[in-house]
Every structure is written in C-alpha cells, then in structure tokens.
Write a protein that binds this ligand. Structure first.
Ligand code: KG4
Ligand code: ZN
Length: 336
C-alpha cells in the first residue's frame, strides 16, 4: 500500500512543507524563501529567520496538504528536521510538527538534515543506490563525505572550516556580487577564463592534509581578496578560477575515498549540488568509475520539505518513531 509522509524543513531560512509518497513522488511542496530579506544583510540573520518561520509555517502546512489532494487521514507520519541548523529556526518546525502530531494523532519522525539532503537524490526515482555508496553533502553549512553501508553511515571526512557554499557566499559578498553567492558565481564563471588567475590549489602537494579526507575552503577567500585588492579584476575569470579550485578539491577527495573502497554508487546533494561544475564533475566521475550517480533535480538541491519526508520512509517502514519530547540541536549528533 502506498503511504504518505508530510515533511517539514525549517533549519535555516527556507520554510518548506511537502507531501511525499512511499514511491518517492512529490505530491505537493510549498516553500517560502526568505532570500529577499536576508539579501539586505548579505547573509542569514538567525533571529529574523526564526520570526519569518513563525509567520509562514502554518500557511505552508495548510497549502501543502491541500495541494497534495490528500487529507490528514491519508498521512502516515509527520517528519521534521531537528538537527543540525539554527536553533530558533529548527524550533519553529519542530514545534509545529509536534503540535500536528498531537492534534492529528500521527507519529513523528525526527530527521537529520544531512540525511534529508542525501535522500533528496532519491526523489522521483524508482530505486535507491546499492550499498555501500559514497555520499557527498555540499551546502552552505556542510561539506561532508559519508559512506552509507549495511550498518548505517560513517562520516569519512568534512570541512575543517568553511563549507563550500559558505565560501561562495563570502567571496560573493567580498566581490559585491550579492547573496546567495553560489548561483551568481556559477553563472559568471561560465563566461570567464579559469586559467587567467593562478589561485592556489587547496590542500595540495606538501600540505599535511593532502592525503586525508578533509576539506578546507577558508584559504581560497584570502587568495581571491588579494586579487580584488589589486583592483580592476576580470570578475568572470576570477570567479571561474575560484570555482575551479573548489570543485578540484571536492573531486580529489571523492577520488581519494573511492580509491579506498569499491562503492556501488555516488550520491551528490546539498545546495552546491546545483552548481554546473559540480554536476559535470560528478557525471564524469561516475562515468569513469562505471557506477551510478544519484543527484537531485535542481529544484530539490536547496533546503526543502520533500527531502525531509523522503528521509523518513525507512523509519516508517520499521515503525521507528521519535518520542514527542525530542529536542533540536545546532550540530550534527550521532544519536537523536
Ligand atoms: O542546502 P542549502 O539550501 O542550505 C544549507 O543547508 O546550507 O544550500 C545553500 C547554499 C548557499 O551557500 C548557496 O550559495 C549554495 O548553496 N548554492 C550554490 C549554487 N546554488 C546554491 N553554490 C554553488 N553553485 C550554485 N549554482
Ligand atoms: Zn541544507
């Protein structure tokens, strides 16, 4: 029998609610973006984000349910992101989910935001990757390589400082290109000459992390700043070079992980998986290794409710529900 989950995402600045079926169809999704507000400040202001979630969460739930053509009796569970993220933002989604669960008498499934991003790659697909697979989550808050195997998940490595999306956003701010930086830089880079500026390769050659699965994106900002400080930068070419170094590091670390184990598939997700160079590199890698690539459609790369619902189906199948007194957390925890 086909089941339906209502998924709620509010970990950062997007209020998003969706109804997803156990066949991974997205019946409806309502997302209220706050980009136009946070743009004025060049980044997300947590207090403002939380207040806007409060204003939009109930209308988003109501319209997602109406759009889905289902009613509350068709919903098997309420899924909600409870970590990692901004505390105030997470609390709004979690309180709404708890209220719905009590009011509608439905079980709750608390979801790790990173698991949700990984699951976004399975939306609208009729199958999941074989195990073990290598998952890259690359967003404004995370850059992590994760192995998913029969026993669960192992974080192979993550960023030591900025996340890749954070580097895009900070460089964009420095260069006066606006917020969020990723889409603007991606577009600008496509018209530039990446060999014009010799920005340093990240964690390469004699770097002590050259042979480890870790990422670091803070150094590249200073390199870009030095070029900007000289004045008259050829912006498309500078951004093309910046993007090249970011994607080169991600590719090198994915190759390193793949040299240590035979994976059955690559799963690439998170806001930065919308990036044209990241998508091209992932296609190239999967083709070369002759393994399948799972990558979300562009509309499911950014934070969204559908991925939260998608991530909850395994627990629904096992009848593994989260007791109503669960908490939120700003960081990644291994237990919930
Ligand atoms: O997954 P997401 O919506 O939120 C987090 O969980 O962080 O990701 C947002 C991030 C932002 O940093 C944004 O600049 C980046 O994804 N992003 C991109 C692109 N589109 C969005 N970065 C590079 N290229 C893009 N095309
Ligand atoms: Zn995210």
């Amino acid at each position: 029998m086909i089941k339906y989950i209502l998924g709620i995402e509010s970990s950062c600045d997007d209020t998003s609610v969706a109804v997803v079926s156990s066949k991974m169809e997205v019946l409806s999704q309502r997302t209220v973006s706050q980009t136009s507000v946070h743009k004025l400040f060049g980044g997300v202001i947590p207090e403002i984000a939380a207040r806007n979630h409060i204003a939009w969460i109930i209308p988003a739930i109501e319209s997602a349910l109406v759009d889905s053509g289902k009613n509350k009796d068709d919903i098997s569970a309420i899924a909600v992101t409870n970590f990692p993220g901004l505390i105030g933002s997470l609390l709004v989604g979690v309180c709404a989910a708890k209220g719905l669960s009590i009011g509608w008498n439905k079980p709750l499934i608390a979801v790790n935001h990173l698991d949700a991003h990984i699951s976004s790659a399975f939306l609208l697909k009729d199958r999941k990757p074989g195990l073990p697979y290598l998952a890259l989550v690359v967003s404004g808050g995370h850059t992590s390589l994760i192995e998913v195997n029969e026993n669960g998940k192992i974080v192979l490595g993550e960023t030591m400082d900025d996340a890749a999306g954070e580097a895009y956003d900070k460089v964009s701010k420095m260069a006066g290109l606006g917020y969020p930086g990723g889409p603007v830089i991606d577009k600008l880079a496509s018209t530039g000459d990446k060999s014009r500026y010799k920005l340093p390769y990240l964690l390469k050659n004699n770097n002590k992390y050259a042979d480890e699965i870790v990422f670091s994106f803070s150094g590249i900002k200073s390199a870009v700043k030095r070029v900007l400080d000289e004045g008259n930068a050829d912006m498309p070419s500078l951004m093309a070079s910046f993007q090249d170094r970011i994607v080169e590091l991600i590719e090198r670390k994915m190759r390193l992980a793949m040299s240590m184990k035979d994976y059955k598939a690559i799963v690439v997700s998170g806001g930065v998986s919308a990036n044209s160079a990241v998508r091209a590199m992932s296609q190239k890698l999967s083709g070369e290794k002759k393994i399948e690539l799972f990558i979300p459609e562009l509309k499911y790369c950014q934070d969204n409710g559908a991925m939260v619902a998608a991530a909850a189906f395994d627990d629904l199948e096992k009848g593994k529900f989260t007791p109503v007194d669960f908490d939120v957390s700003p960081t990644v925890r291994t237990k919930r």
